[in-house]
Design a protein. Structure first.
Length: 302
């Protein structure tokens, strides 16, 4: 490790921040080249601080995905998510703020102010440029973003298409401080199997359930046994009310079954084993508004 230092090795934390739904997790996954963090079209998908580690011969960037920073903070979980998002800036060496092409909202402004206050180098990724038509509309937007603060660089890109990712990676790596690698080179995330599996299940539930329900549920893996060919998983979907339990289960169990099947297929594909997945739905009143329940359920409260 110390030898790395003498070679001018660089290593640092890069906080990926932005309002909900701008594509932070999609961008992290694209940079790491694997699904580290779940993605859905719904805002407030990410609830935790999740590391994605990118190790190259001369440097290691530790990207930190964060929950989208949002204004309305009705429940304890929302407050916890905002704390997690902004807390990651204070531990970072570089800030990567993600915004959506052609949209700048009050929440973007809030995030920007916190980025600027940090005094750290701030890069801006203007994501989803693939949706801009005609492309000539992009330039004035990029100019107006660039004028909002003293950014290191403003980089238009598309996380889903992978456009300009290398330019972004270079811009990040150039700004990392010198120091030894903090994680083993083969490690791509700090999160263990249980967490990743619970998140994949939550993603499938969020994708299928509508309105407020996705925000009222959380998933915990209770049992996990595996050998080289088979993984047996038992997980609980926690909801807040009995009525929600009925919706998650669906008519004749159809909803839960479909979510379970989608999750199982993805887990099988990622881990390359056969999966036996059992899902239970249980009610825990007001878990999302109780700091204690959040802690019991393993949700970060920083
Ligand atoms: N067209 C297009 N869609 C994108 C792009 N990047 C992300 N998306 C979509 O935007 C939606 C939100 O993506 P996420 O990565 O979950 O966004 P996020 O910022 O992590 O959201 P939170 O975790 O809720 O804060 C998903 O439907 C993505 O597929 C992009 O480059 N182009
Ligand atoms: Mg996210």
């Amino acid at each position: 490790m110390i030898e790395n230092n003498e070679d001018g090795f660089r290593c640092g934390f890069v906080a990926i921040v932005g309002r909900p739904n701008v594509g932070k997790s999609t961008l992290l996954n694209a940079l790491i080249g694997e699904k580290v963090s779940i993605v859905t079209p719904k805002p407030q998908t990410t609830r935790h601080r999740i590391l994605g580690i990118d190790t190259r011969p001369a440097a290691q960037a530790v990207f930190v995905d964060t929950p989208g920073f949002h204004r309305s903070q009705p429940r304890a979980i929302n407050r916890a998510m905002n704390r997690t998002a902004m807390g990651s800036i204070s531990d970072a060496d570089v800030v990567l703020m993600v915004v959506e092409a052609l949209r700048w909202t009050g929440e973007d402004q809030d995030v920007l102010e916190r980025c600027v206050e940090s005094g750290l180098p701030v890069l801006i990724a203007v994501n989803k440029v693939d949706t801009v038509k005609p492309m000539t509309r992009l330039l004035p937007f990029l100019e107006s973003v660039a004028g909002k603060a003293d950014f290191e660089e403003v980089i238009p890109l598309s996380a889903t298409r992978g456009t300009s990712l290398e330019r972004l990676r270079e811009a990040v790596f150039e700004r990392l401080p010198e120091g030894p690698a903090l994680f083993p080179g083969e490690m791509s995330s700090d999160r263990d199997e249980r967490f990743r599996i619970a998140e994949i299940i939550r993603e499938k539930l969020m994708l299928r359930l509508h309105q407020e329900l996705p925000y009222g549920l959380t998933v915990g893996v209770e049992e996990l046994e595996r050998d080289s060919r088979l993984m047996r998983i038992s997980a609980v979907v926690w909801v807040e009310r009995t009525g929600q339990k009925a919706i998650v289960i669906g008519q004749g169990g159809s909803q839960l079954k479909a979510c379970g099947q989608a999750a199982r297929e993805e887990i099988e594909q990622i881990w390359g084993v056969k999966v036996h997945l059992q899902l239970w739905v249980k009610v825990r009143k007001k878990w999302s508004d109780s700091e204690r329940a959040l802690r019991d359920l393993g949700i970060d409260l920083q």
